[in-house]
Design a protein. Sequence first.
Length: 256
Amino acid sequence: MTELARQIRGGDLRRLARAMTAVENRTEEGAAILAELGALAGQARVAGITGPPGAGKSTLIDALARHLRRQSKTVAILAIDPSSRITGGAILGDRIRMQRHSGDAGVFIRSVATRGNSGGVAGATAELVRLLDGAGRDAVLVETVGVGQDETEIAGLVPVTVVVLAPGMGDEVQTLKAGIMEIADVFAVNKSDLPGADRVAAEVRGMLDLGTGGDRAMRPAVVRTVASEDRGIGELWEAMEKAWAGGRRRPAPTGD
Ligand SMILES: Nc1nc2c(ncn2[C@@H]2O[C@H](COP(=O)(O)OP(=O)(O)O)[C@@H](O)[C@H]2O)c(=O)[nH]1
Ligand SMILES: [Mg+2]
């Protein structure tokens, strides 16, 4: 193993950040470190967290990170921002999040704005996830905004996808595209402290019954969370662990 790879696997976040930039920019060094660390990938728990803006994805990922840190697990958070440039609100949220975890080498946070990138969301994300996995992070959590095509794209890149919903955001369940049924391994009904969470959970379950013909083994878990108060986080992580372990079979693609 090269000295650089050893340092990164030893927890050197500065060098990891530089390697991420090199991979993003597709430099030769980037290709080299990706080849070396990528060969060691496959150990991390990798999940995509998607859902409409404001549902609480970032807050939920923060809470999951705290949960994992209590178990001395290392975490990488990759926030994919397909629509806005570095000045966008999502990045501001990430700054706040970075401050909260700063000084803890157990949490690595990175934002990527993918608009205009040659490989699009898929190209950049797949490689960065692989690098983070190979860097020895125990968990890699990828945040994507669930609008447009990106959430289906992310689901193709990660073994487990969590779809985050929340009450008070309009008819979110009604307007969910059919595709989301196929990509969700776990539904998090976040903001369960607010009125309407029962209705959202019931609607998701109703939709799942239709989609899976009532076959319970096929059904993704529906977990209620209050991310801002660290409630339901252990249950969410457990549901994710089950999904990684293959506890749920995705319905066969319908082909259309
Ligand atoms: N009441 C309530 N508010 C929450 C909860 N989780 C997140 N929020 C708030 O919802 C807003 C959007 O959260 P954020 O994590 O940025 O959503 P994202 O756009 O999906 O990443 C923020 O003001 C959060 O503080 C929750 O469980 N309950
Ligand atoms: Mg966010």
